[in-house]
Design a protein around this ligand. Structure first.
Ligand SMILES: Cc1cc2nc3c(=O)[nH]c(=O)nc-3n(C[C@H](O)[C@H](O)[C@H](O)COP(=O)(O)OP(=O)(O)OC[C@H]3O[C@@H](n4cnc5c(N)ncnc54)[C@H](O)[C@@H]3O)c2cc1C
Length: 381
């Protein structure tokens, strides 16, 4: 995006990509369909030490700018859910092709299989050391843009290059961690989750900082699904997560209503109707599922309410960078101008995208940040 926007302004750029093609993460994003923005994105869906930092970039490049940019180059969007926009074609490769063909049209050079090893300041600007097929090349540039992504999915070429370069220039890094990542359950509780593997439930998931209403998914090693990925970005090891398994309804009132018409119904059958048979059976070690509704005591109802509306989980950990969709933390926003994304201490050096300490929710927000930061940097090269 940065090279394309720079091209629109008549500025020449060279894109250096260590993989054999550009946009590998775009290609796998959104299950290969690329959720390229979110219609409702604001600065509120981003995590950063400085919550206000992303506002300037988002005012310079808005969601409407993303939508019309892609429409101009042949990608109509369709909303899947919660404002998430995907190409009508369902093909992430169409998104990559917009960038590669615009770069080609404007003679913005792209070198693939070109791994940047080092960026050094010189009197005139910068020297970039690149390794291509085992040989070293040196490229001089007036400005350098570090858009090297984050640590997730190392097998796709993710590196710590952005962080390393920032450190080399003595820029502060905010501690990094996997985010939008499934959470693991180990020990004596693990078999309980494993038996439910594949079951998905619409829930409200919350802690003292945030709350999300989306599905959770049980897996043989713990919990996944959009609501869990979302809260994982706000979770720290050792903390509990609360889950309301029946958001916006009251299980005690529902049972009372059902009891009046069908008191003989077993709690097991009632819960199987609300969820799945498997889930109702799994609750047998926690609730008196063999009782009929009429015989439930006040304490039984309180226990059911507590379990359904405030189910507590203490994950053992997360699935790490192999499964994370994004990295939390990164180059400290204190080091960058929010208006230009240029390093305050190093004129001509810019950082954009995931390597900066701006992390979006699940749902197209991270690409909106990537596009906005690319646009902003291009204006200031
Ligand atoms: C499975 C998955 C699904 C996702 N789905 C979505 C989604 O649907 N919507 C959404 O908004 N976000 C999604 N994301 C997040 C999104 O992909 C990233 O936030 C986004 O790609 C970040 O863009 P970037 O340009 O900063 O980094 P990247 O897209 O990671 O690009 C960085 C590039 O730099 C290259 N590179 C790294 N080091 C060097 C080096 N030393 N020399 C040369 N090249 C180097 C890498 O090979 C890479 O191609 C998903 C992420 C994953 C892992």
């Amino acid at each position: 995006m940065c090279a394309v926007q720079a091209g629109f302004l008549g500025k020449r750029t060279l894109v250096l990509e260590k993989n054999d093609r550009v946009g590998a993460k775009i290609l796998i994003s959104g299950g290969g369909r690329c959720n390229y923005t979110n219609m409702y994105a604001t600065d509120q869906q981003f995590i950063s030490q400085n919550q206000h930092f992303c506002k300037s970039a988002f005012s310079q490049w808005t969601v409407d700018d993303t939508i019309s940019f892609f429409e101009t180059y042949g990608i109509q969007g369709k909303e899947k859910t919660l404002g998430q926009l995907f190409p009508l074609s369902d093909k992430a490769k169409d998104v990559v092709e917009v960038f590669t063909s615009l770069c080609a049209d404007m003679d913005q050079e792209i070198w693939c299989n070109a791994e940047v090893k080092m960026v050094e300041k010189t009197d005139e600007g910068f020297t970039v050391r690149v390794e291509i097929d085992g040989r070293q090349e040196y490229v001089s540039a007036a400005s350098v843009v570090i858009a090297a992504g984050g640590l997730p999915i190392p097998k796709m070429g993710a590196t710590d290059f952005g962080l390393r370069t920032a450190r080399n220039f003595d820029l502060k890094i905010i501690d990094t961690a996997p985010a939008l990542v499934p959470l693991t359950i180990t020990g004596k509780d693990q078999p309980w989750y494993e038996q439910l593997s594949g079951n998905s439930i619409f829930c409200r998931v919350w802690n003292d900082r945030i709350s999300f209403e989306e599905n959770i998914l049980f897996t043989h090693w713990g919990l996944s699904g959009p609501a869990i990925l979302q809260i994982s970005s706000y979770w720290k090891p050792g903390e509990y997560i609360n889950i309301d398994l029946l958001p916006n309804q009251n299980i005690a009132e529902l049972i009372q209503q059902e009891k009046e018409v069908n008191g003989k119904k077993m709690l097991l059958a009632y819960l199987a109707g609300l969820y799945t048979r498997k889930f109702a059976e799994a609750l047998s070690d926690k609730l008196p599922v063999e009782k009929n509704l009429a015989s439930l005591t006040k304490t039984d109802i309180e226990d059911i309410s507590a379990l359904i509306h405030e189910f507590k989980v203490k994950p053992a950990g997360d699935k790490g960078y192999d499964k994370a969709e994004v990295m939390r933390g990164g180059v400290s926003t204190d080091e960058l101008s929010s208006k230009t994304l240029e390093a305050k201490k190093v004129p001509g050096l810019f950082f954009g995208g995931e390597c900066v300490d701006v992390t979006g929710w699940l749902g197209g927000y991270n690409f909106q940040w990537a596009w906005a930061s690319g646009f902003v940097i291009a204006q200031n090269l």
